[in-house]
Design a protein around this ligand. Sequence first.
Ligand SMILES: *Cc1c(COP(=O)(O)O)cnc(C)c1O
Length: 370
Amino acid sequence: MNFNAGPAALPLAALERAREELLDFEGSGMSIMEHSHRGKVYEKVHDEATSLVAELLGTPLDAWDVLFVQGGASTAFAQIPMNFLGPGATADFVVTGAWGEKAFAEARTVKAIGGGEPRVAASTKRDDKSYVRVPRQDELALTGEGAAYVHVTSNETIHGVEYALGPETPFPKVEAPLIVDMSSDILGRRVDAAQFDVIYAGAQKNIGPSGVTIVALKKEMTARGRRDIPTVFQYRTVAENRSLYNTPPTFGIYLVRNTLGWMKAEGGVDAIEARNRKKAKAIYDAIDGSGGFYRCPVEPACRSIMNVVWRLPTPELEEAFVKEAAAEAMIGLKGHRAVGGIRASIYNAAELSWCEALASFMNDFAKRRG
Ligand SMILES: *Cc1c(COP(=O)(O)O)cnc(C)c1O
């Protein structure tokens, strides 16, 4: 039972399909990895993966460019301001955790190159440096219509803080283009893609292996990108070449295809979301029902359904918890080194039965050690 934060569990069906196809892809006599990225055999996989992202994410290809790039979400932290934050421009960052902090910090280094000005429109960081919620709309100090873009992180993976999209926690309403880092909750639930102008995500949490990054841009956004940065960093270049400007990570994209093919066969985003909610509920119920032995620091309205974080009364108990869970075949539960505690990452491929097993282990551990 793999609760790793990323790279993370992949659906067994996607891996089995890869095993079946590994040595002889569709009768071609070799693996997909060995095919030219310009050949017909790979091209079909590439197009299928692109279409699956577009279909499941709700970013139809007549209005959006759906790109596969490399470098992870961290590279996008730099590449987005390079493309969209030119001299004299302003971008607003809504910071709800460590990844948003990094995106902002990287935009500041880009400032030295591009001349634009990133600013923090809101941060929910507390005095003890923790994050436990997203901001309310009335807390946002936005530049407004003139801004180049507003940047948000839909799910802060380390802190388990999500725009849960309840009445108090919708995505910010903004007058400028809205860019979202969706690395850890992309396709984990239904989200109206139309409210965004750029959606990006490393694949390794919810939709594939590491090495592939998805960037979906409304076509107006692609067109707006600067032309005075290196060609290879312009999203326009990647879009004009259908993510085949240079050699893409073909095997990673192939595995994204397998993973999204599995998702579609499971019933698509709605079915996956329903299961994800059950998974998260099983664990949150174990926390809330423990009489205070387990504590989730995140405000209930912002609790992530992808990364559930909680504390035990002492670091010693947390260490024992992780160790005993591993002995029961539950791995990856240690919280991020920056925040400590426990974290269960329960992306799309994590099974409901694992979450139920974890919840029952939690109940048992609390009884024995509480
Ligand atoms: C994991 C993660 C990142 C970093 O992704 P890389 O692909 O390792 O660069 C950025 N943002 C969020 C929200 C993440 O969860």
